[in-house]
Design a protein around this ligand. Sequence first.
Ligand code: SF4
Length: 472
Amino acid sequence: MPFRDHSGGRDACGVFGAHAPGEDTAKLCFYGLYALQHRGQESAGIAVSDGRHIVVTKEMGLVAQVFDETRLASLAGHLGIAHVRYSTTGASTWDNAQPAFKVTPGGRGLALAHNGNLVDTAEMARDLGPGADGCATDSELLTAAIAQRGDTRLEDAIVSTCARLPGAYSLVAMDESTLYGVRDPHGVRPLVIGRLPGGGHVVASETSALDIVGARLVRDVDPGEVVAIDDDGIRSRRFSEPRPSFCVFEYVYVARPDHRTRETTVYATRRRMGAALARQAHVAADLVIPVPDSGTAAAGGYAEASGIPYGEGLVKNRYVGRTFIQPTQSLRHLGIRMKLNPLPDVLTGRRLVVVDDSIVRGNTSRQLVRMLRESGAAEVHLRITSPPVRNPCHYGIDMATRAELVAADLSVDEIRDYLGVDSLAYLSLDALLAATQRPPGTLCRACFDGRYPIPVPHEEATGATLAHARGA
Ligand code: SF4
């Protein structure tokens, strides 16, 4: 099959890797993935090496559905990488699940797992020629490109490939003996290094995956850095000057609240976002309730700053995936109905401040408001802890196309009317950026202000590539 350009694909994935001699690496990978399940729920995969051979196992489904004791026991080795995946374009199939695997011309194996989105893969596909055949995702193409250069040291092949690679990528990769962690020069997606009590190391999308395996946070993989971890320890190489543009939406919605950054935690950031929103958009009300879970910390911050009591008016079914991390529109609607149940005795007759993280398409919020009114709410004042999402994400978050974004063409007042709320207010971009406590100018906020830090090819920016991929 010839390579089809899936650079419009939207993966919101989680990656994990471990180099841990003497430990059950497959189980470390399993638990690491378990902590990262929120980043992708379509497929899960683990690759391990015993120093001589790489074995890859991947399936569609949640981590705990894909792996059981028997399957993990068949994955023996001291080195492993792992991946959870979500995608909207291209098929959600076993073939596209990760880790991807290729063999170098010298006969060595290369397994790779990718979080992010490459914005222009045409040049890489051209360079690969027939080697691009059969690559159905940008991650597979990248694996093929590195493997093709892998007759040199794999480390050199990664450095030379990444030096020319446009887009957002946090990678874990491995050959038979070495674990690699790689972050694009903008550091759009997170990637952290941890140290295990026994001396091994792990690399993961979020610190929650370090905590679950008992690893201590060492540091971030820096933007534009490759770390190589083997029996000799950690080596670091730079393939680019860092130009940090970390995704601010990781703070708003994607990352778990217990994820720690250099400056703060996601939880503390969300509390500050809620408090800032209370100062910017106060309203007379009886109760502040969150849309669980990503609105929970911010609602606490709003309640504290406003002096309005905090309550829980919505019960979440925790065994249902995130509503916008579902592959089709019909499933998305199903997810909303299955996910939240109102508590009428808390809501009846109350003037509510409802705190949510973002409005993307508006479907979820509209149904939610209707549900709250049917449950007896006297007033519904919606408070959003991010600015209006007016532009699609080209760097790995499933936002929707521009045409699907409710704020792309509607004003805040028009959105208020569409949702049927008594009032609607968004957090300002300046207040959101300040809440992260990061140095100025180090965050990507393109979905809010349209300033993309990594150039996006015209056909992708206009949706042509996406339409092509979907129509193919
Ligand atoms: S466009 Fe938005 S979601 Fe995408 S990387 Fe930038 S801030 Fe994150």
